[in-house]
Design a protein around this ligand. Sequence first.
Ligand code: IPE
Length: 256
Amino acid sequence: MFLVKLGGSVITDKARYRVFNKDRVARLCSEIAESGKDVIVVHGAGSFGHVLAKRHSLQDGYSDPEQIPAAARVQQDVRELSLMVVSELLDAGIPAVSVPPGSCFVMEGGRLVVGEGEALRSLRKTGIMPVLFGDVVMDREKGFGICSGDQAMEALAEMFSPEKVIFVSDIDGLYSSDPKVDPDAEFYPLVTEDILKEVSTDQSVADVTGGVAGKMRSMLKICGKGRDCMLIDGTVPGNLLSALKGEEVKCTIARI
Ligand code: IPE
């Protein structure tokens, strides 16, 4: 089984509130269908989640009643996004259903608690792809918090032991600094804990869940013996299909 996260930066315009990139998502879904592989898709929230979450500090948990309408609004926005992603999967011929983490699970101290995951296992057994995504999730300690799609990836990797894990982003891997502003940025084909310490983590757009460095941390948690965990650029047509087929693609691979 292959676990694929479609990052918010590829499926939305991260700088513009609630702008969905329908054509790109349709293309990525066809690449998944064409690969013929058994895949579970997770997706990020992009501008359907980060913009309001940051404005109302939802990632820090409940502290003020004025956050409540925003917590509800973000849940609504990311569900709408998820239904659009799932529509594209269905149109590509992949039976899929949106499973909102905020409705199905809780968190404890910022960590997602999935438990037995009976519904997820059962969906898969039936041949339906459960699609999780970055969401506002109730937290036993903090009232609520943000569960990133990366965290959902970690939970699913534990549950289903995928042979390969692919993070699809709008960048082809990890750099020492932002390559869009620094021409001398160094590219890392391989990431380890030590490399991650050297990397600058400046954020140019609203992001409440840690950007590329946060993603690399998740990748390091997920990767293991015999399991490749890679970050690829999904804005390049064919990249996801090649990665799923095991062909060479420019990327950063996480290794412990
Ligand atoms: C963020 O999820 C969730 C919310 C802000 C509600 P992700 O962290 O997985 O989203 P992207 O991929 O960075 O957009």
